[in-house]
Design a protein around this ligand. Structure first.
Ligand code: HSE
Length: 310
């Protein structure tokens, strides 16, 4: 039996503007690197952080510990596990940092266990980590992280995730260097939605899914509107309106808040316009003397993947 797996677990964009808690996609980069060592023996999980984020090393307080424990609880045999985690994806950035940890660790364990579990089962385990991180077991970051591409969480409990086809798209992303906790960004959302707005929103979600499936970028562009979540959350993101309107004027086909923010993403149809849009969004924060990090990535077809298994 193999005993040591290393995975690269990518950032993800949840919601994709109108699909709150149901749509998500995996990016090619940035990725966290997680190495899991697992031997048969007394049940124990130790965690070593190889980065400067100072996340808890107590496995009951760490998303990787909780997600791995959920998987181990289903096994007849017991294991002694050591996790070495090098996070690149900053917690509270809006690109699925906790999901990359939770999905990455269960994926690594599954590689050691010779792929005993299905993707949907791994998502169930990883949801426990998301629950710990944000108080909500949403799967819209975990699902694309584990399955790659663009995913639709048709049902969260029991989990039912659909992988969608998609056209080639380039993503420009800007991360203003502030931390926004998902639990805080969820707390500002109104719990009641007028029916007229709900109708427009589900029309956008349906049209976006059709746009991905038909690989129709014009339909995708027309569907990227959110009247329910964005109006409340954008108030937590400095200069959101200015960044979004400049990005659209600079060639992006559409975009909005990445996950629960503060990152903002924009879809572009070619690499050059994605670079241009990322630069323009970066310039907005520069002009306000705010630090920000820009990324350009394609959608990752694979999501989390094993780089070493010995
Ligand atoms: N769907 C979630 C939210 C993603 O928007 O709160 C954040 O992890």
């Amino acid at each position: 039996m193999k005993t040591k797996a290393t995975v690269l677990s990518p950032a993800t964009i949840a919601n994709i503007v109108c699909g709150f808690d149901v749509l998500g996609l995996a990016l090619e980069s940035p990725c966290d690197e997680i190495t899991l060592t697992m031997h048969k023996g007394p049940l124990n999980i130790t965690i070593e952080n190889l980065d400067s984020f100072q996340l808890p090393t107590d496995p009951t307080k760490n998303v990787m510990g909780v997600a791995l424990q959920a998987l181990l609880d289903t096994l007849e045999e017991s294991y002694t596990c050591h996790i070495a985690s090098k996070k690149i994806i900053m917690p509270g950035s809006g690109v699925g940092s906790s999901a990359a940890s939770a999905a990455g660790i269960v994926y690594a364990a599954n590689a050691i266990l010779e792929n005993r579990f299905t993707a949907q089962e791994l998502i169930e385990f990883a949801k426990k980590g998301e629950q710990l991180a944000s108080g909500s077991a949403h799967a819209d970051n975990i699902a694309p992280c584990i399955m790659g591409g663009v995913t639709l969480v048709h049902c969260n409990d029991p989990i039912d995730v659909v992988s969608l086809p998609y056209p080639e798209l380039f993503i420009a992303l800007i991360h203003p260097q502030i931390e926004l906790r998902t639990s805080d960004a969820r707390a500002v959302i109104k719990s009641q939605v007028p029916l007229t707005k709900a109708v427009r929103q589900w029309a956008h979600v349906a049209a976006l899914v059709a746009g991905f499936t038909l690989k129709d970028t014009a339909l995708i562009a027309r569907s990227l509107h959110d009247e329910i979540i964005e109006p409340s959350r954008k108030l937590l993101i400095p200069h959101f309106d200015q960044v979004k309107s400049l990005a659209l004027a600079s060639g992006a086909i559409g975009g909005g808040i990445s996950g629960s923010g503060p990152s903002i993403f924009m879809f572009c149809t070619d690499a050059a316009s994605a670079e241009k849009v990322a630069n323009k969004m970066h310039m907005v924060y520069d002009s306000h003397h705010m630090e920000s990090k820009k990324y350009v990535s394609k959608i990752s077809a694979t999501g989390v993947h094993v780089t070493s298994l010995i």
